[in-house]
Design a binder for this molecule. Structure first.
Ligand SMILES: [Zn+2]
Ligand SMILES: [Zn+2]
Length: 353
């Protein structure tokens, strides 16, 4: 039987933490449940999920629909798209049946690449390999989650670059319905017509737009994500801030023209799995800096509930502090009494996702 393989290549970098990764996880489960009720999909579709952050990891090897179980997504540091693409190509070499004189191979696989940021590794080698050997034999659909992705860069590997313009729960739900519908239509097309060019469902009415990837795009950094460690449980967590642009009354008065300043407002703090995080994060790598004066809001610790989830130690790392005045940094072991809890204009190490 000729299989229609569907690969999900999912960015699990730090900026995905919180709603985005939860929505992707729920969305995957919905897709699978929906497809299982579709006779065409059930007959031809095989599914695989690969996650990538600083490194790539197979979450679910290529499997028949009825046997497939949606995975739980980890979070890691970095967005190594080059590494992820190479991982995918190696995996396809290994798993897909090629057409030979004796057998008709699998249909062109469909790859959905979901990403919300820009590559932190060098992509040229992987892009060349993709364009020279794989592109013609695959249907790659790149979906930018939010407007933080360099879509012009993505246009180098696919003619199908789309952007999910809103990232709330409803928007994600409709988006995953669209993914499901596109897979259904494509499985009908291969079965009935033997045509394996992807058939994307209409995008009108949902917060999804086709991007003209020829056009240059300005990419802004929309999120700041910091790594903290719980003093009570020693567990890691991520603190996420989203950019907002506001009119500054003081500056506007000064220049007699509207002036805008940007700052980052707290979205939330989320516990993460430390082992998976380490496994999927880039090693080495340049640290970015962010000034704490640009950050607005202080989370409570998502691991133990301590009141202050963002205390900065002398070592530069972040940990949580509760009622007890005596504290010990879980990163460097420094002990002491805390006099001032909030950082005032101190540079922190920023994560890379
Ligand atoms: Zn804590
Ligand atoms: Zn410390």
């Amino acid at each position: 039987m000729r299989r229609l393989s569907i690969y999900f290549l999912v960015d699990v970098s730090e900026s995905m933490v919180g709603t985005s990764i939860e929505q992707v996880q729920d969305g995957m489960a919905t897709i699978i449940n929906e497809l299982r009720t579709d006779p065409y999909a059930l007959e031809t579709a095989w599914v695989s999920v690969i996650a990538f952050a600083g490194k790539a990891k197979m979450l679910s090897p290529l499997e028949e629909l009825y046997k497939f179980y949606p995975p739980k997504f980890p979070i890691g540091g970095g967005t190594s798209l080059g590494t992820a693409l190479n991982f995918l190509m190696d995996e396809m070499d290994h798993s897909l049946q090629k057409t030979t004189i004796e057998v008709k191979g699998d249909w062109k696989p469909i790859i959905f690449l979901f990403t919300d940021g820009n590559p932190t590794d060098s992509v040229d080698q992987a892009f060349d390999r993709w364009n020279n050997k794989y592109r013609r034999h695959c249907n790659l659909i790149v979906v930018s989650i939010g407007d933080n992705v360099n879509t012009q860069l993505m246009g180098r590997i696919s003619d199908n670059v789309l952007r999910l313009t809103e990232t709330n729960a409803q928007s994600f739900k409709e988006f995953f319905k669209w993914v499901t519908a596109s897979i259904k239509t494509s499985s009908v097309s291969v079965t009935d017509a033997g045509d394996d060019d992807v058939k994307l469902a209409p995008i009108n009415g949902i917060n999804l737009e086709k991007v003209d990837s020829e056009k240059p795009c300005v990419v802004d950094e929309n999120f700041v994500v910091l790594l903290g460690r719980c003093q009570t449980t020693d567990k890691p967590y991520l603190i996420k801030f989203a950019k907002r642009i506001q009119k500054s009354e003081m500056m506007s008065a000064l220049f007699d023209l509207p002036q805008f300043v940007s700052s980052y407002k707290l979205v939330g703090a989320y516990p993460i799995n430390g082992v998976e995080y380490k496994e999927l994060s880039e090693t080495g790598g340049r640290q970015q800096k962010i000034n704490t004066q640009e950050l607005i809001g202080q989370p409570t610790c998502p691991c133990c509930g301590n009141q202050f989830g963002m205390v900065i130690c002398e070592c530069g790392n972040i940990f949580c502090v509760g009622e007890d005045a005596h504290s010990k940094c879980p990163w460097c072991g420094l002990e002491g009494e805390l006099s001032q809890v909030s950082g005032s204009g101190m540079d922190l190490n920023r994560t890379r996702g």
